[in-house]
Structure formats: C-alpha cells, structure tokens
Design a protein around this ligand. Sequence first.
Ligand code: BDR
Ligand code: CA
Length: 321
Amino acid sequence: MTRTFLIDTDGGSDDVVALIMALRSRAVRVRAITTVAGNVPVEQATRNVLYTVELCAAETPVFRGAARPLVKKLETAQWFHGRDGLGDHGYAPERRQPETIDAVDAMVETVLANPGMEIVTLGPLTNLALAIQREPKVVPAIGRLVVMGGAPCCEGNVTPAAEFNMWVDPEAAKMVFRAGLPIEMAGWHLCRGRAALDPEDIEKILALGTPLAEFVIRSNSVAAEAYRAQTGEIGISLPDPIAMAIALQPELCLSASRHHVDIETASELTRGMTVVDRLNVAGDGRNSELWSWALEARVKTHVCWTLDVAGWKAALHAALA
Ligand code: BDR
Ligand code: CA
C-alpha cells in the first residue's frame, strides 16, 4: 500500500535532494510540501522547492509557511548553503506558484484528512508547532514523525551544543517534542564522516548524466566548501536526505532507543540543545520535577544512533537513476 507523506522544509541544498528522493519514490505519495524560514528566508525556500518539484515533473502542491521562528529572530544558514540556498547558480521555477492557503492550515487539513499519515520535517519546527497550537487534534492523527534535527549526546553544527534546525526555533522544537507525537529523530551525528558523499560517490552520481543528478551535486557546491571549513571533512554531507532515506526505509537506522528528549530554550550557551535522557534518569529525585511533563505523559522519542551508510548511499543512487 502506498504511504502518505507531508514534507516540511526550509529549502536548502540538502532539502531539495531529500525532496527528490520522496517525489521519485513509488512507495509514498507526497500529499503536500510546506515551507518554513530556516536555511534561507521562506520566500526563497518556497522558490527552491517549486523549482525542485518542477525538475521532478511532479504536481505536488507547495504551501508557504512561517516567515520567522516563534520567539527568536530568524538566523539563516546562507553562509552554508549559498545566498539562494542552492549554491547561487541561478535556479528559478518557470511556471509553478505556491498554493494560496497557508502552510499551517494546509498541514492541519492534510493530517486530519489522512489520519495515520507520516510527516518528515527537514527544517525548524515552526510550522508544526503552529499547527499543533491551531488544532491539537492533529497530534493523534499523525502516524509517524521523522525529524531531521538535533545532536543527541554530541556536538552540534551551529554551537557546541546545538544542531541548526533545533537552534533556529527552539521554542517550536520544545513544543513539538513535548506534544506526545511518535517522533523518530535523525540527528546531525548520522550525517558526518563516512555518511557524507566522498569523491567516488560524487563521480558515480555525476556518471548518471541526468539533470537531476547534476542538480544534486551542483546545488551543494557551496555547502561542500562550508562543510570542509567547519569540520575539516571532505565531501557532501546531506542531513535531510539521510533523514528522508530513514523515513522511506526505516531499516537504514541500524540502532535506536527510546528516551525522553527535551529542548533547551533559556540558556544562551546551550540554546536548542536536544537533551536526551539516555540513561533513563528522568525519574530520579534529582530530575523528576524538571521532567514531570515527560513522566506524566510518558512521552518518549525514538532516537536513531547509527546509520547503514552503504544502504543510504544506495538509496540515494537508486532515487537518481
Ligand atoms: C540541517 O540544517 C540545515 O542546514 C540542513 O538543511 C538540515 O536540515 C542540518 O543541521
Ligand atoms: Ca533543511
């Protein structure tokens, strides 16, 4: 049976690769794509998504969403993805326009009309937090929520404590992680080292010789440089496509465990940190007050710790072939 997806994205150079994977998969039907400010302002994110949908010859409706985080000022990642989010090569949609209804309304309507459907988030969680606020009935109607985000028990890519999507809108992330949703967390730690595309992987993709394959590599040219400057690692790190690969093929997550997870919103030093109760000590006297929301509601997140690297790369290649 075909699965139903809604994808929420901030339109960066790795987001568009994830969109291509989902739009080309026969296993899922993407009902809607919603955009959010993050890597780039929401107008640009929407343009990038429309361009990608066009490139895939898909008809998926695209809904423009939140232009800023719930509380904090918007901080983009144009230093990482390029000013236009796609490496500044001048990509622009020729005919597609976003739908007239707002992304948050579209999310609520789509979820209520398709109970049990799956959501994949590739950017800050602003739209989903607003949807939960607007219509709490969406919570039990979401069958699975795969979140690209967080740096569970390790360093982040924006600060030592936090990964970009959580850091940009920590208040939204906190609301989503506390809502009681069936969250699967694909953090930034999965996307580094051997998981990044190395020169041989890049050659293999380019050898496909298709416009999609070329777009995937070229749009990530600025991101590859920024990743090298940031981590010293050579290659193209693709967090959103890895989360999408796990969404499409859950078996690519080789090890996972369920824990209470909360998001730091108050501290300057650790803003957006994904605090994972990995040793399950939330119930101890020292912690139980702070974690009472999780203990009472029994809210746990499925945290993916390790990735089938060869499997993920094969999934990407197959999506482009
Ligand atoms: C995440 O932040 C963005 O730069 C990427 O698109 C991805 O969603 C990685 O931290
Ligand atoms: Ca993203």
